[in-house]
Design a protein around this ligand. Structure first.
Ligand code: XUL
Length: 527
């Protein structure tokens, strides 16, 4: 066997692969397969199926299985020496749940390489489709589970997060309530990540602590199923869930199906899969406690790593287990790039005009504040959208451009305070991070250097690096995470944006004012 490691990422819209040649410290191959385009027969749009109720969003697990066959065939056809792959790991879109019946384990164990995964697994599900993270139809179940556990803050303290519509526990409860017979016929429930790992292993895979933390079902400190949360969710649930294990667990050798069909080495090991966000944390180089990355995308996302478990008393942020040890947080702000775009468009600007406006206005915006809740917001929880201006004329284009970005950074600063540690630097990714002017505001508000960090396929890369780490650990030589991830996730010090002199004091003074504006606006728009 060579020194290759395969990382897969089964995300919402595609299955991606990154093959890492660890001896050479380089990426050998990247590939991606878009579900809508490659597998049109499932009739997904953007990887999902929507019903009459727009809140219901599902996807077919058979499509994910077929994509795995296709991806392996593609890698083989494109000359990747699959026999040199030492270990495979992966990541899945978080929270989604796959419901299988009693025939699934035997079907996995007896997979015939002359037939496809799709043909052999077709009858193995007690529910043909899996609810995914975009499903928001479980508000009643969230309330019920939360009430049983003593409220949002208590559930967050117990499982790492308050109840969220997209989390697995509420999805399971809804299935049990609305389709009790099908729930009864369910022998087991997998996450997207552990379902995919099961296919590779030829038996039901455990759930890793990283993705398990996104279920509202796992005790975030003791790292085992939380009995009271299980009981509050659905009867008999404990018997349907596999064990939870650390993210670096080697789950076993690859199934003979993949050895015979695609030429993988019979001793190649499958390392448990994790969620896409925990894997992305590794692929972005967040491998030590106290590191922070901010992704400026459709939504803005704040990731941070922590040595100890601390949960958000307001129940706004999520705590997952970090694959590098310790914990990580994910705080999602819905009004990200679309809010920036709304303000840009309102003044007829292009992105360079928007950047010029940022450069032309001073830190602190002469006291002007804007709350850009164009859409309902996740953090802080805003159900009724609205844009609120304080000491800011709605006609002042440059000040409004600065105000939207300052508000986004202020909100991240305010709503990540519960993590309780100072930031020494930030890695900034996503489309918005291409703007140095936006990153300068980030550096000024956060008071630390910001490193532009371009990543594509960070989850698949993170999965490959997790496979590297687990494999070396298995061999009794656990390398430092910095060594494993360092070569693939370096930042360039010369590119850092540093806080402008004097900006720290401006934003220290502005934070309490911003917080007060939020409270005032929430007082008027909470429903
Ligand atoms: C995280 C979340 C999404 C999914 C899909 O809580 O819901 O990021 O993991 O990527």
């Amino acid at each position: 066997m060579g020194d290759l490691y395969l990382g897969l990422d089964s995300s919402t819209q595609s299955l991606s692969a990154v093959v890492v040649d660890f001896s050479a410290r380089r990426i050998l191959k990247e590939a991606s397969l878009n579900f809508d385009q490659a597998l049109p027969g499932y009739e997904t749009r953007n990887g999902v199926l929507r019903g009459a109720d727009p809140a219901v969003v599902h996807a077919p697990p058979l499509m994910w299985a077929e994509a795995l066959d296709r991806m392996m065939a593609l890698l083989k056809a494109e000359g990747v020496p699959l026999g040199d792959v030492r270990a495979i790991s992966g990541s899945g879109q978080q929270h989604g749940s796959v419901y299988w019946n009693a025939t699934f384990p035997a079907a996995l164990a007896g997979l015939d390489p002359r037939r496809t995964l799709k043909d052999q697994l077709r009858g193995c599900f007690s529910r043909d489709t899996a609810p995914v993270w975009m499903d928001s139809s479980t508000s009643a179940e969230c309330a019920e589970i939360q009430a049983e556990l003593g409220g949002a803050s208590a559930l967050a303290e117990a499982t790492g997060s308050a109840a969220f519509e997209r989390f697995t526990g509420p999805q399971i409860r809804k299935f049990f309530k609305t389709e009790p017979a099908a729930y009864g016929a369910t022998a087991g429930i997998s996450l997207v990540s552990s379902f995919m790992a099961s296919l590779l292993l030829g038996r039901v895979a455990p759930i890793d602590h990283g993705d398990g933390a996104g279920m509202n079902l796992m005790d975030i400190r003791r790292l085992q199923w939380h009995d009271r949360a299980l009981n509050a969710t659905a009867p008999g649930l404990a018997a349907k869930l596999p064990p939870v294990v650390p993210p670096w667990t080697p789950a076993g050798a690859i199934s003979p199906y993949f050895v015979n069909k695609y030429g993988l080495h019979p001793q190649a090991s499958v390392v448990v899969w994790s969620g896409d966000n925990p894997s992305s944390a590794i692929g972005t180089g967040l491998v030590e406690p106290g590191m922070v990355a901010i992704s400026l995308g459709t939504s803005d996302t704040y990731f941070g790593t922590m040595a100890e478990c601390r949960t958000d008393p307001r129940g706004e942020g999520h705590v997952f287990v970090s694959p590098a040890g310790g914990y990580m947080t994910l705080i999602c702000f819905k009004n990200g790039s679309l809010a920036r775009e709304q303000v840009k468009d309102a003044f007829g600007l292009d992105w360079s005009g928007f950047a010029a406006a940022l450069a032309a206005t001073p830190p602190g915006n002469n006291g002007g504040i804007l709350l850009p809740w164009f859409d309902p917001e996740i953090v802080p929880r805003v159900l009724t959208p609205g844009v609120h201006r304080f000491n800011l004329a709605s006609t002042d284009a440059p000040a409004n451009c600065r105000a939207v970005v300052e508000a986004q950074m202020m909100s991240m600063k305010l709503h990540s305070q519960w993590m309780g540690f100072p930031r020494s630097s930030i890695r900034a990714t996503g489309g918005g991070a291409k703007s140095r002017e936006i990153l300068q505001v980030m550096a000024d508000v956060m008071g630390c250097p910001v490193y532009p960090f371009e990543v594509s396929k960070s989850a698949a890369l993170g999965a490959a690096l997790r496979a590297v780490h687990a494999c070396h650990r298995m061999a009794g030589k656990p390398p430092a995470w910095g060594e494993v991830a360092g070569a693939f996730t370096q930042v360039v010090a010369a590119e850092a944006l540093r806080p402008a002199p004097g900006s720290a004091a401006v934003y220290e003074a502005m934070l309490p004012r911003y917080a007060e504006c939020e409270s005032r606006a929430l007082g008027t728009c909470r429903t």
